[in-house]
Ligand binder design. Structure first.
Ligand code: FAD
Length: 348
């Protein structure tokens, strides 16, 4: 079967490796002359990484953490006790691309698939993994998605961190900000604008050198995943997690769905099967809306309740306390808690 994948980001590479593992011989076509990562905070859990048929990946993990930490406006901290990493994406992707070729996949570099080249492509199945700016997603498949800007500084800082840090504080971002250490440097960013990021850095008194400033789109709530045998993958599909905005795990789970459809001879089922997967759980829409409505007073009340807790093993008492607090919004809080548990498993 002639399977072509356009784009050698995490979506294209993981799909390629998983197809090889299943006995297919796909081709990946990438527009850049070499493999280079797009903007990312590079955070991923060990549990999800182990689903990628590539290893050992430890040398591409630039920083290891025993836990992720959620920090509330007044400094309360809740933990997710799960080993996780800041990956060095470019070197990791290059190593995966090399493994892809060694295992029999074909990699074509420096080939930008525009409309003319697309119309000339021969394939049985085409996977579009060209990221958030994909024209194939919009014009061939007819997908629509929401977009959130993500901004990040790569900084050299001397910082006393506590795990992989997520800041829930509406003074800086209406969603969240992050500091992910990466060896001697750190990925410091937020969902919002560069002006908001400057305010976050000033308030956190992060002193150091800014090595790089970047901004990029994060697409979510994609509506259509395929048109015939053209299948969308990763950001081209708009399947980034709506709450965490993590996209690599979504690529990994979606690649599993895609490969299973190909193996079953049911390529036409991809859209339906992916929408039935928890990666695209329907709870995310209400959960995001509810989270966006929360102000710092509400976040602090929640922070007081979860301070010092391990969110991976929330006691029945703590769950009941959270639900009781959200009495007026009990249904929404239940949905939010369900969405958060999906996030924990499927978004990083
Ligand atoms: C600020 C920020 C922080 C983030 N942090 C995290 C995080 O910590 N953890 C996480 O899991 N996710 C994070 N994400 C999301 C994550 O980076 C993306 O979801 C992920 O990179 C999507 O992978 P992809 O392969 O679908 O697309 P991309 O990574 O965009 O790769 C697309 C590839 O396709 C190639 N291409 C594009 N057009 C063409 C064409 N016409 N022809 C041929 N090739 C083409 C590109 O050159 C590129 O190599 C973050 C995103 C942002 C913006």
């Amino acid at each position: 079967m002639d399977i072509k994948i356009i784009g050698a980001g995490p979506g294209g590479l993981v799909t390629g490796l998983k197809l090889l593992e299943a006995g297919f011989r796909p081709t990946i076509i990438e527009k850049q002359k070499g493999i280079v990562s797009t903007l990312c905070a590079e955070g991923l859990s060990k549990e999800t990484l182990s689903r990628v048929p590539f290893g050992p990946w430890d040398s591409y993990a630039a920083h290891s953490f025993k836990h992720a930490t959620f920090i509330f406006p007044s400094g309360q901290k809740a933990y997710v006790q799960k080993p996780c990493y800041t990956m060095d994406r470019t070197s990791w992707f290059r190593a995966m691309a090399k493994a892809f070729e060694e295992k029999g996949g074909k990699l074509v570099l420096g080939e930008n698939i525009d409309e003319k080249k697309f119309s000339e492509l021969k394939y049985d199945v085409l996977v579009d993994a060209t990221g958030p700016l994909s024209w194939i997603s919009r014009r061939v498949v007819g997908n629509t998605m929401k977009i959130k800007p993500g901004v990040q500084y790569r900084m050299k800082i001397d910082y006393d961190y506590d795990g992989m840090e997520f800041f829930l504080d509406k003074r800086y971002s209406d969603e969240y900000s992050w500091i992910f250490m990466k060896g001697e440097t750190a990925n410091v960013g937020l969902l919002g604008s560069l002006k908001q990021l400057d305010a976050f850095i000033a308030d956190k008194k992060l002193k150091g050198t800014i090595i790089r400033k970047e901004a990029y789109n994060i697409p979510f709530f994609g509506t259509k995943m395929q048109e015939g045998n053209v299948l969308l993958m990763g950001d081209a599909a708009g399947i980034t997690n709506p709450l965490t905005k993590g996209g690599m795990a979504c690529c990994i789970f979606a690649a599993e769905v895609l490969v299973q459809c190909v193996k079953d001879g049911k390529v036409g089922d991809y859209d339906r099967r992916l929408k039935a997967h928890p990666v695209l759980a329907k709870e995310y829409e209400t959960a995001l809306e509810y989270f966006m409505q929360m102000d710092n007073a509400v976040l602090d009340r929640i922070g007081d309740m979860v301070d010092g807790e391990d969110l991976t093993h929330m006691s029945a008492g703590l769950k009941a306390k959270l639900l009781a607090y959200a009495l007026l919004n009990r249904r929404k809080m239940t949905t939010l808690m369900k969405a958060v548990s999906y996030c924990n498993k499927y978004s990083w």
